[in-house]
Design a protein around this ligand. Structure first.
Ligand code: MRU
Length: 333
């Protein structure tokens, strides 16, 4: 992705490794400033995932892959590093997929940094292909709704839900993106809006409750969102609020697409009921920009993800094509 750093346009990834240090874009500071977080230990990497320096399923996976590489370089026990990293966030399947793959590759004798670099490059390439495949569902003149941030920042590059939009824009299609602000952490308003601004794609931020109104008035042609974990039957866990968007899309006959690399599919789960859902701190709901908005003593609940059942999903866009949810099982390999 192209980012302006210190007045210069730089082509960077969300995560990479250089001189035995894992580099990350500090996403908590966006869109106000572009700064980089350097992780020199497994614990630094784990804390970066926990504190949302890096977030988004494929980006978390690639970051954890580099965490395993760091442990191997330092001669630390890999099973302990894997356990620490797997305990950071429970929902994004890429985290578990990446760590298990790294352990397998290192076990086969692949040099650890090469294994992590290969993993990150593969994810980046999958997302590029998601863009090419997903471009076909976007027509010239379409208005597209997206939720949370499933862009380059949530992957290694290109994004998942944003990849088809980038591709359509580059291919000269005129598109408009409605960006759900995505309370409580505002990944839409802060991160997706930042990425779309950088790409010169026209957009408007809407509050999380506005999409129903815009669909009823015919102003949204399709929805594309990302995924944190997809069960074998095509049920999809994604950022809280996704399920409601799928319901209103169905009620208004608006196509609802999910875009994700196959590294997000957990074939061990029959359906979405057993996807672990992260519950985050109530202070994220009770405060905005560090200021408390609710009366003293108010309680809050803060589930970070919800599950959209396969029957509400028009298609799942992966690096291998566009699939009906029930066709996912065929991709197991
Ligand atoms: O809590 P986050 O910011 O990690 O949640 C991110 C999402 O829900 C994304 O939509 C999902 O990870 C897909 S990212 C390509």
């Amino acid at each position: 992705m192209q980012v302006v750093v210190d007045g210069k346009v730089r082509d960077i990834k969300t995560v990479w490794m250089s001189n035995d240090v894992v580099w990350l874009i500090e996403q908590n500071l966006l869109p106000y400033e572009v700064q980089f977080f350097q992780a020199g230990t497994v614990e630094d990497v784990a804390r970066a995932i926990e504190t949302m320096v890096v977030r988004g399923a494929p980006a978390i996976g690639a970051t954890a892959a580099y965490g395993i590489a760091l442990a191997a370089l330092k001669g630390e026990p890999l099973d302990e590093a894997a356990k620490r990293l797997k305990a950071t966030r429970p929902t994004a399947y890429d985290l578990f997929y990446a760590i298990d793959l790294m352990l397998k590759e290192i076990g086969k004798g692949t040099p650890p940094v090469k294994a992590a670099d290969d993993y990150a490059a593969r994810i980046s390439d999958m997302c590029r292909r998601i863009g090419e495949n997903g471009d076909e569902v976007i027509r010239n003149g379409d208005s597209i709704l997206t939720h949370c941030n499933a862009g380059a920042l949530a992957t290694v590059d290109h994004g998942t839900a944003l990849a088809p939009m980038r591709e359509a824009h580059r291919n000269g299609k005129r598109i408009f993106v409605y960006v759900d602000e995505t309370r409580p952490r505002l990944q839409g308003a802060k991160l997706t809006a930042w990425e779309l601004s950088n790409e010169g794609i026209d957009y408007a931020i809407i509050v999380d409750n506005a999409a129903g109104r815009l669909m009823q008035s015919g102003e949204i042609d399709l929805v594309i969102v990302g995924a944190d974990r997809i069960a074998a039957n095509g049920d999809v866990a994604n950022k809280i609020g996704t399920y409601e968007k799928a319901l209103i899309a169905r009620d208004n006959s608006v196509p609802f697409y999910v875009a994700a690399p196959t590294s997000t599919i957990d074939f061990s789960l029959q359906d979405g009921r057993s996807i672990p859902i992260e519950e985050r701190s109530e202070s994220e709901v009770l405060h905005i920009s560090g200021r408390r908005i609710a009366p003293k003593g108010a309680k809050a609940r803060n589930p970070a993800f919800d599950v959209t059942s396969a029957d509400l999903i028009t298609g799942i866009i992966t690096e291998r094509g566009i699939h009906k949810p029930y066709e996912l099982r065929d991709l197991r390999g």
